[in-house]
Structure formats: structure tokens, C-alpha cells
Design a protein around this ligand. Structure first.
Ligand SMILES: Cc1ncc(COP(=O)(O)O)c(C=O)c1O
Length: 380
């Protein structure tokens, strides 16, 4: 018997309710039934995005949503600012450069979140107001940090630039108040906090973003916002959508409403606190300084081959934890506690880690990690 636990920071585990919802027969995407499905999903997404802005749904992974915002809101030569604090900030840079934008970056030491004052400083230095967009990452999944989007939103309110936020991993795990924090564009994907398999992405757009879209000249076809907007007005999509994923998402969004956003955020915080306490008690050190509560990044201990450790976790216990990305490959491991994840998932992961690290010769007080996690997760 083998039970599998996907403890990665995306894709993540899927509730049985969502899997079951996805087994329904396929309906036609021009039917009334499909339109009512989209309507329900859009309502649910607006709740999670905490927005009244218009919402577009694409059949694509999160990166497609990121690219769509560059293609639809900017033109070659436009000056933009990218906060680059890890792999996903680097992805923004690459996409913007691919479309010929004039990219300036704020480079942040990996493991730290950007100081919002640096964003303000760059905007102040831009006396002629040429910066048209600021690209950010809500939770930088490669380094385990959370950006202060509220503060950055406050700062941008005094400038003309659009605020664009990649919340592919953050949405539905860490608080993000699209409207209250004045975030013009938020992009997310189905496979993390939204507890649905990969394959859908979502983009919310403010009025200012729609105005920028009218002027933007970058080439686009599949992701053309005007085309999508026209179809979404009647709760439809221009091209054949991933209908089964939408069934699953509708169910996941019902689960999210049942639990409530604030409970979801505090569950993530608790799981994160427990995981951090556990690994610290196991004589391991944390990689990040400004912790996001959806992933814990741990430095590989001296003398232990991280990739072999991950392999043993999977082979012996059916637990998949992720490795490092980019320059961190082989140096850290990442425990995702994102979306459909509970206390028992964390306790199981820490117990398995305890056994595997003991076998691999890491010196620490055995069972202390489990105890530290229990102390936090056992609280009423
Ligand atoms: C913060 C962040 N941005 C973007 C992406 C890219 O999403 P996808 O792999 O769905 O294209 C991810 C996925 O890991 C992510 O965590």
C-alpha cells in the first residue's frame, strides 16, 4: 500500500471532492450550462482575489497569465520596473525583455523581500514619469518570501505606473487584497492555493489596466484581452476551455468559501510556524528571512546530499518535497504547505524527515522536530 503526499510548493494536493467534481461528463462551451459554470467560478474567484475588478480565465499555466499581462498592457520600448528577488522575478524580467520593453530591475538578495521604500525611490527618481509598470511577485516560491503588497500598493497610488502582481503561489494562501491595496493586475493559477490541477490561470484587471490595454501595441492573439473580455461578458471563452478543470475549480472555490479566507490564511500561518519550529529543532537552518507562510525553505545540512534525501523521502514514505530552483538547486529543499494541506501532512513530513536524516548521518536530537511541530499544531 502506498499513500502519496505532494508536499511541494505547487502543484499541490487535490481534495477528493475536487477530483470527483471533475469526472462529470463534458458539456459544450457554448451551452447555457457552461455559462452558468463560468458565472459561478468568476464569483468564487472574485471572493478569493478580494476584488470587484473584471476577471479573465485562460486555459494555460500561470506563466501564460504573466505573459498575457506584458503582451496586453505594454508596447516595445516602454519603461518598466521589475522587482527581482528570485526565479519568478527573473521570469518577469525575461518576459518583459522578450517583448522589447526597457526593463530596469530592483535586485533583492535571495531570501529577503524587497524593501518597498526602494520601489518608491525608483519612482521618485523617474522625474518624467516614464515608468509605466511595476512587476512584483506576491510570494516568491523559489526563496520562500512574501512581498509587502499593501505597502507597495500605497506607494504606487501616487504615481502613474500600473502595479502588476504575480500571485500564482500566493493567492488563497497568504492575504492579498486586490482592491483595498490598489493592485491593478493580479495573476494566479489553479494548482496551488486554489486546490485544482494545473492548467488554468486567472487575471484580474483594474480600470487603469483596461485603459493601458487600449493603448498597448505588443502582438498577441490567443491571450488578447479585448477578445476575452467580449466573451467573458456573456460568461464564455473565445476558445475551447478546460471544462473538467472548471468543474474542479467550482468545487474548490466552494470549499474555500466554506472555510473562509481568514481561516485559510491562519491555517497556512500555523502550518508554516510549525514547520519552521520543527526544522529548527532538527539542527537545520532556514533559508529565508522574510517568511511566506505557504512554503518553508531549508538549507541542506552539511554532509547530506539533498537530492538523495528527497529521493529517500519519496521512495520510503511517498512524500514528495521539492528541491531548490536556479542557483539553489542541490543546496536547499522546499516543503510546500499550500492549499489542501493540514496538520497531519506536516507531522507526517517531519516524522519522515526525522527518520531519513538520521539514516543519512545528520546529527540532531531525534524526535525533537516532531515535538516542536506538535506543540504548535496541537494548540486548540
Ligand atoms: C510565484 C510563481 N510565479 C509563477 C509561477 C509559474 O507558474 P506555472 O508553472 O503555472 O507557469 C509559479 C509556479 O511555480 C510561481 O510559484
Amino acid at each position: 500500500m502506498e499513500k502519496f503526499r505532494l508536499m511541494a510548493p505547487g502543484p499541490c494536493m487535490i481534495p477528493d471532492r475536487v477530483y470527483q467534481a471533475m469526472t462529470r461528463h463534458i458539456i459544450h462551451h457554448r451551452s447555457a450550462e457552461f455559462r452558468s459554470l463560468v458565472k459561478e467560478v468568476v464569483e468564487g474567484l472574485k471572493y478569493v482575489f478580494q476584488t470587484k475588478n473584471e476577471m479573465l480565465i485562460f486555459t494555460s499555466s500561470g506563466t501564460g497569465g504573466m505573459e498575457s499581462s506584458v503582451a496586453n498592457l505594454f508596447s516595445a520600448g516602454d519603461k518598466v520596473l521589475v522587482v527581482r528577488a528570485g526565479t519568478f522575478g527573473e521570469r518577469w524580467t525575461q518576459i518583459c525583455k522578450s517583448y522589447g520593453l526597457a526593463v530596469k530591475t530592483i535586485d533583492v538578495e535571495w531570501g529577503r523581500a524587497v524593501n518597498p521604500k526602494l520601489v518608491e525611490q525608483r519612482l521618485k527618481e523617474d522625474k518624467e514619469g516614464k515608468i509605466k509598470g511595476v512587476f512584483t511577485t506576491h510570494t516568491e516560491t523559489s526563496t520562500g518570501t512574501e512581498t509587502d503588497m499593501e505597502e507597495i500598493g500605497n506607494i504606487l497610488a501616487d504615481y502613474g505606473a500600473l502595479l502588476i502582481c504575480d500571485s500564482v503561489s500566493g493567492l488563497g494562501t497568504c492575504n492579498l487584497q486586490t482592491d483595498a491595496w490598489q493592485i491593478d493586475v493580479v495573476i494566479s493559477g489553479s494548482q496551488k492555493g486554489l486546490m485544482t490541477p494545473p492548467g488554468l490561470c486567472f487575471v484580474s484587471l483594474s480600470e487603469a489596466a483596461w485603459s493601458a490595454h487600449k493603448k498597448a501595441k505588443s502582438p498577441r492573439f490567443y491571450f488578447d484581452y479585448s477578445n476575452y473580455r467580449k466573451f467573458m461578458e456573456s460568461s464564455s471563452t473565445p476558445f475551447t476551455p478546460a471544462i473538467s478543470l472548471l468543474y474542479g475549480l467550482r468545487e474548490a472555490l466552494s470549499m474555500i468559501r466554506e472555510e473562509g479566507l481568514s481561516n485559510i490564511f491562519s491555517r497556512h500561518e500555523r502550518l508554516a510556524r510549525a514547520t519552521r519550529a520543527a526544522v529548527t529543532a532538527m539542527n537545520l537552518s532556514l533559508f529565508s528571512i522574510n517568511h511566506a507562510s505557504n512554503v518553508t525553505i531549508v538549507n541542506g545540512p552539511d554532509g547530506v546530499d539533498v537530492e538523495e534525501m528527497r529521493e529517500r523521502m519519496l521512495r520510503r514514505f511517498g512524500i514528495y518535497i521539492a528541491g531548490g530552483q536556479g542557483d539553489l538547486m542541490g543546496k536547499v529543499f522546499r516543503i510546500g504547505h499550500m492549499g489542501y494541506c493540514d496538520a497531519i501532512d506536516i507531522l507526517s513530513t517531519i516524522s519522515a524527515l526525522d527518520i531519513v536524516l538520521t539514516d543519512m548521518g545528520h546529527i540532531f536530537n531525534q524526535a525533537q522536530g516532531v515535538k516542536a511541530a506538535q506543540d504548535i499544531l496541537g494548540e486548540e
